[in-house]
Design a protein around this ligand. Structure first.
Ligand code: ATP
Ligand code: MG
Length: 342
């Protein structure tokens, strides 16, 4: 479990601090400063102001700018934001409607941005007044499912309690269900979750994340869960062009540049790498750049003598040519065991 403000050093994307996220946001939905008085039927509401006040525009624009590609994901998020804005506006007129269900699933290959987008989503939902706190708690099976009778309920409830007012992000959610073991305690965790998703849905958004295929099977076997997930969002794999654009953003943030030759070599690297096992989209880009940075440093130190600013910021083709991926000696060593922070 981690309270996520995942800001990996090096080539990590800068993540929005989830706690102060949307601190300046006003309450479009009237949450927070007490219920605003009901508007008269002939009044009008300025939607663009509501949107601005809620910092929705700002979060959405930042998401557009920071995150390469992901068009279908961005579209869905805009739709959800619109729904909440209109929901809030309707309530200002005293129009009855229950708050929308916002539990979601984020499915896709490793490194396609699921965790990153979940953090932005939490921030956005706070800005729009749907969530009180807008923090994100990541939970995996180990955090929720116990090994002995009586262990699971308290563990699951504790995670839910921690996430109240924010997002409970269940990573590799399919591992909650172990089909081969009928007596597995995962089922107990799922039932407790279900209850919380129903009874506390005004104060909790649950996002189930994982790779597409096992998640599809997981929802197939847990139809009660699937039916309470209002938004199933699929994260597509990045194209090589998108991976190059992601690399360029990461390099920019860390004040590195590629020579023209390095750029072409890195593209070739990515084309090879994506066909290999354990390819993890944007995370593999970050890892490859970290290794290039290491080789660059090594080269400069070994050369000795004077270095210019340009020397310190320029990654050359050599930095990539040394990689095992391009030498066809198999998997990039480090990538074979790639983890979240590798
Ligand atoms: N569209 C994007 N634009 C820029 N950077 C991105 C994008 N998508 C992902 N990244 C970066 O790639 C890395 C991996 O992303 P993230 O952890 O969100 O992926 P994930 O889908 O949660 O992966 P996993 O399924 O393995 O948990 C992060 O450093 C993130 O900032
Ligand atoms: Mg993740």
């Amino acid at each position: 479990m981690s309270e996520s403000t995942q800001s990996a050093g090096g080539f990590g994307m800068s993540q929005p601090g989830s706690s102060e996220a949307g601190a300046a946001a006003a309450d479009a939905n009237g949450a927070g400063g007490g219920e605003p008085e009901t508007l008269s039927p002939d009044a009008t509401l300025d939607l663009s102001r509501v949107q601005r006040d809620a910092a929705a525009d700002e979060v959405l624009e930042r998401m557009d700018g920071d995150l390469v590609g992901l068009e279908p994901v961005k579209t869905r998020i805009r739709e959800i934001a619109s729904l909440l804005i209109i929901d809030g506006a309707r309530r200002r007129f005293g129009l009855g409607s229950s708050p929308p269900t916002l539990h979601m699933s984020f499915t896709g290959s490793p490194g396609t941005g699921k965790t990153t987008v979940a953090l932005r989503m939490a921030e956005l939902l706070k800005g729009l007044g749907f969530l009180r706190k807008g923090h994100l708690i990541t939970a995996t099976r180990e955090d929720m499912v116990g090994e002995y009778i009586g262990h699971t309920a308290p563990k699951t409830k504790q995670m839910i309690a921690k996430a109240l007012g924010g997002v409970l992000f269940i990573d590799e959610a399919y591992s909650l269900h172990r089909a081969e073991n009928e007596r597995d305690y995962g089922q107990e965790a799922i039932e407790i979750l279900l209850q919380a998703m129903e009874n506390q849905r005004e104060d909790l958004v649950v996002i189930f994340a994982g790779y597409s295929e096992p998640m599809r099977r997981f929802f197939g076997m847990n139809t009660g869960l699937a039916s309470r997930v209002a938004h199933h969002i699929e994260f597509p794999d990045y194209t090589t062009d998108e991976l190059m654009a992601i690399a360029s953003k990461m390099l920019d943030e860390e004040s590195y540049e590629l020579t023209e030759e390095a750029d072409a070599t890195f593209r070739r690297y990515l084309e090879h790498r994506r066909a290999q096992p354990n390819f993890a989209n944007a995370r593999s880009v970050r890892n490859a750049l970290e290794r290039a940075r290491l080789r660059h440093a090594n080269r400069l130190v070994r050369q000795g003598g004077e270095v210019s600013r340009e020397d310190l910021t320029t990654l050359t083709a050599n930095e990539f040519l040394k990689s095992r991926v391009l030498q066809d000696t198999g998997d990039e060593e480090e990538d074979a065991t790639e983890g979240e922070s590798a």
